[in-house]
Design a protein around this ligand. Sequence first.
Ligand code: C2E
Ligand code: MG
Ligand code: MG
Ligand code: MG
Length: 286
Amino acid sequence: RAKKAGGGALAAYDPQMLAGLVQRLELEADLRLALERDELALHYQPTVDLRTGEIVGFEALVRWHHPTRGMVSPLDFIGIAEATGLIVPLGRWVLTEACRQAVAWGAGSTRRLKMAVNVSVRQFEHGDLSAMVAEVLAATGMPVDQLCLEMTESVLLTDTDENLTQLQRLKALGVTLAMDDFGTGYSSLAYLGRFPMDVLKIDRSFVDRLGGDHEDEALVRTIVQLGRSLGMSTVAEGIEDAGQLQILRELGCDLAQGFFLSRPLPAAEAGRVLAEGSVRALAVPA
Ligand code: C2E
Ligand code: MG
Ligand code: MG
Ligand code: MG
C-alpha cells in the first residue's frame, strides 16, 4: 500500500509496524546464533494420570534465554524459526535434548516415562522427519516407546499424502503420535480418523470454559468420547483450578497438564517433582 502511495515512501508506514519489522529481523539474526551460543533450554511440564495422580511423563517446551531481551517466549520465536527454516536444526536440538534427559531420568528406574516433543509442520516439509527421529533415538539410546511427538492439525491439512507417509513411518518405528491443541484447527473428524494418531490433546481454550456454562462441558465431553471411540487416549491441556480438574475426571479424560498441576519446570526441578512421583495438587485423592 505504501509503495503505491508514493515512490519508496517508507514514511507511509506506521512507525510501530516498522519497529515491529526491525525487531523481527533482529530476533531472526539472533536466533541463528542462539543454537551455537547455547542459549536454548528445555523446560518440562508433567503429564499426570487423572485417576492416580501419578506423573506419567513430561512435555518438553523450548525456552530462549536471549542475551539482552531475557526470556523470549516460543510464541515469539517458533514462527520466525518456521519462516526461516531454522526450525529444522532447532527441532533436532530439542528432540536430542529431550531424549537425552528422558534417558538420564530413566537410568536406574523401572518407570517408563513418556517424553512428548512438539514438532512443527515445517519439519515435515524439510527433509525426512522419520529418518531424523530414528537417528536421534539411536544416538541418545532413547527407547522408542517412550517418545511421543505432538503436532497440530496443520500437519493433517497440508501436503496430506506426504505427511501421512511420514506419520506412518514414525508409527512403524514405534513413536506415539499426539494431536496437539485439538479443536482449534480446521480438521474434520474424517481427517482425524484417517491419520494414525494415538493421543488427543484437548486445547486449553475448551478447558478454560469448564465450570461455568453447562454447554461448554458438553463440548469437552464430546471430545473425550470422540477420542475414546477412535481408540485414542485423551489429555486435557491447561488445567488451572481444582474445579476443572474434577470435571475432567468425571468426564473420563485420561491425562492432564496445567499450571494447577505444575508449570513447566527447568530440568533439575522437574527431576525433583519426578522423584516425588505425583504432583502436590493430586497427592490427596479427591
Ligand atoms: P503447546 O505445545 O500447546 O504447549 C502448551 C503451552 O501451554 C505451553 O506454552 C505451556 O507453558 C502452556 N501451558 C501449560 N499449562 C498451562 C496452563 O494451565 N495455563 C496456561 N495459560 N498455559 C499453560 P509455551 O511453553 O509458551 O509454548 C507455546 C507453544 O509453543 C507450544 O504450545 C508449542 O506449540 C510451541 N512450542 C514450544 N516448544 C516447542 C518446540 O520445542 N518445538 C516446536 N515446534 N514448538 C514448540
Ligand atoms: Mg504441545
Ligand atoms: Mg497444546
Ligand atoms: Mg499450542
